[in-house]
Each structure stands twice: as structure tokens, then as C-alpha cells.
Write a protein of this length. Structure first.
Length: 333
């Protein structure tokens, strides 16, 4: 065997093998470094070290919000947009975040017979955009969205009011119709609300109030398709109670306010019915009849006493229509 070590190649191979064996024997199985394990520890250390900073980074927050929004995860997106605004209200992208926050609420809106909370929240956040970031590039669209939200709320009130009307719960129905007229007077739904409110008061026996709103509909919306319904309702009221008349009021715009929720003193009507007294919350009063006249203004309703409603309520205006002789209880045309 000694002659084997004399060969130089054999000697070199034995030396290399011995070195490798000795190097491996220096590490046990538990102590041997694992590249994969080392990589995991490194990733974990980086993640833990950057978590707090990343939670405050505006770009990271906004990217997270955008990701949720694009995937229609609007609830999560709202949380992230709000988080951004809470931390970075003065950031250059704050108006954009506020716009997307409002838009997330808007996209959660369903049909008008569902919960109206997303509609109200969207309207609130779009208003916050206009007030908090005036003259931003999103202001015009925000105003359009607010108008859409108002239309949806008006439609919801009209739907609920009609439901109560059909259930013969007339006071509850009247409150919804009044809400539309008071809060959304320029909406298309306000015209229908006037007609429905007049019908509701007719059912309650408050014929003077019913007539008042029917006249308002006919006078204020002469070209609306519901005008004919208003005229028919006026004719029905006059047929049902020919001596219904209003006490004189100070001259002013015809703007009836028939809110049952407010402690407002009602105009005195004759005759006063138990239903009207119950709604008004005041004792029944019998006013003195207005002075009868034989002429009424063209395009106005001539009451049973011969007094034109436009004469009693219209402001002083040199351009009022000419007076014509009309039969009391008819529409002067």
C-alpha cells in the first residue's frame, strides 16, 4: 500500500476528498445553513420593519384603495380612502381621494325601494368635496351626482308616501309628500307630490287644504301633464263641498305649507272638519267669509264666493291677467 501514495494524482484526490469530508462534518444537520430558510427570515424581517411606515405612506394607501375600488370592494375602498384623508388632508391627491370616497358610496346605491343610506352618504361626501376642496376639477361632476342623489331621495319619499296612501294611512303619506315639496321643490317629483298631497287631504276631509294644493299645482305648473288631474280634483272637491272657501290672507306668493310636523298656525277654513282640526292641532275655527266679487282673473280658479284665488294670493303685479266674468266654482279660461 505505501507505494500508492507515491503517485501524485492519487495523492491530490485523497487530499481533496479529505477536505470535503472534514468540512461537512463540521456542521450537524440542525446547524447546516438553509438558503431557503435564510431567505424567509430576510423577507420577514423586511416586512416587519416596513409595516408601520407603509401604513402611513400616501402612495401605498391610495394604491390599496384603488385596488379595492376596481374590484368593486367598495366597503374596503371607503376605509382606505378615509384613512388617506385622515392622514394626508393636505396632500395633492386629497381631492381625488375625497371624490373616489364619495363615488364608492354612490356605486353602492341600489333601487329606490332599498335602504337609502348609501344615497345619503354619497350626497354628504360629494358636498364635503365641494366644501372642503373648492374649485377642484371634480366639483362639476360632484354637483351632478348630488342632483342624482336628491332625485333618488325624492323618488323614495314618493314611493313610501304612495304606499301609505294605498294602506289608508293618510297622515304618514302626507308627511312624505310634504317632505318632497319642502326639501326638493324644484324636482319633477314635487309636482306629483302636490297632486298626491291634495288627494291625501281630500281623504282626510281637509277639503280646503286639498283645494289649496290642487290650485297650487294648476297655477304653478300650467303646462305639466298632471294639470288636468289637478283640474279634475278641483271639480270633485267643489262637487263634494260647494261652500268650501278660504279666509283672506295677506298678499303673497301662493306657497302652501301643510307640514303636519311643524307647529305652524294654519289658515282658518270653513267649514273646519274634525280631520283638519286633528292635523292642525288647534281648535276648530270658523272664519268670516270673504267679500264676493263677480270678476276673476283669466287663468285662475273662481271660488264659490266669486273671489279669485289669484286675487287673494298673487303679489301686486301690473302684468296680472285681465279680469273676466266667470261663474263661481269654475276655472276661468
Amino acid at each position: 500500500m505505501p507505494h500508492v501514495f507515491r503517485h501524485p494524482v492519487t495523492t491530490l484526490l485523497l487530499a481533496v476528498t479529505s477536505s470535503l469530508t472534514l468540512g461537512c462534518s463540521m456542521f450537524s444537520d440542525n446547524e447546516a445553513p438553509s438558503p431557503a430558510a435564510g431567505a424567509e427570515r430576510t423577507d420577514a424581517q423586511i416586512f416587519v420593519g416596513d409595516t408601520i411606515e407603509m401604513n402611513y405612506d400616501p402612495n401605498v394607501i391610495l394604491k390599496r384603495a384603488e385596488s379595492f375600488h376596481e374590484k368593486e370592494g367598495y366597503v374596503e375602498a371607503i376605509v382606505e380612502y378615509q384613512h388617506f384623508l385622515d392622514l394626508h388632508r393636505n396632500h395633492i391627491l386629497a381631492p381625488y381621494a375625497q371624490y373616489r370616497l364619495a363615488l364608492s358610496h354612490f356605486k353602492m346605491i341600489e333601487t329606490i325601494d332599498r335602504d337609502m343610506t348609501p344615497v345619503k352618504k354619497a350626497q354628504e361626501e360629494f358636498r364635503a368635496l365641494i366644501n372642503g376642496f373648492p374649485a377642484s376639477q371634480y366639483e362639476a361632476e360632484a354637483r351632478v351626482k348630488i342632483r342624482e342623489c336628491q332625485r333618488l331621495l325624492a323618488q323614495n319619499y314618493l314611493l313610501v308616501g304612495t304606499f301609505y296612501y294605498r294602506k289608508e294611512q293618510y297622515l304618514a303619506a302626507a308627511r312624505r309628500f310634504e317632505k318632497i315639496i319642502d326639501v326638493y321643490p324644484s324636482m319633477e317629483e314635487a309636482v306629483e307630490a302636490k297632486l298626491q298631497l291634495a288627494r291625501t287631504y281630500q281623504k282626510l276631509g281637509a277639503l280646503a287644504w286639498a283645494r289649496e294644493w290642487a290650485v297650487n299645482l294648476v297655477q304653478q305648473h300650467p303646462r305639466h301633464q298632471l294639470r288636468e288631474d289637478g283640474l279634475k280634483l278641483l271639480a270633485a272637491i267643489e262637487k263634494e263641498k260647494p261652500n268650501v272657501m278660504m279666509a283672506s290672507r295677506p298678499r303673497g306668493a301662493l306657497q302652501p305649507r301643510a307640514s303636519v310636523n311643524q307647529n305652524v298656525r294654519r289658515p282658518a277654513f270653513f267649514p273646519a272638519t274634525p280631520a283638519t282640526a286633528a292635523i292642525n292641532g288647534a281648535p276648530t275655527q270658523v272664519p268670516q267669509p270673504a267679500s264676493a266679487v263677480t270678476d276673476c282673473q283669466l287663468g285662475s280658479w273662481c271660488g264659490e264666493t266669486g273671489m279669485s284665488l289669484s286675487s287673494a294670493f298673487a303679489p301686486n303685479n301690473p302684468r296680472v291677467p285681465p279680469s273676466v266674468t266667470c261663474r263661481p266654482g269654475t276655472w276661468c279660461q
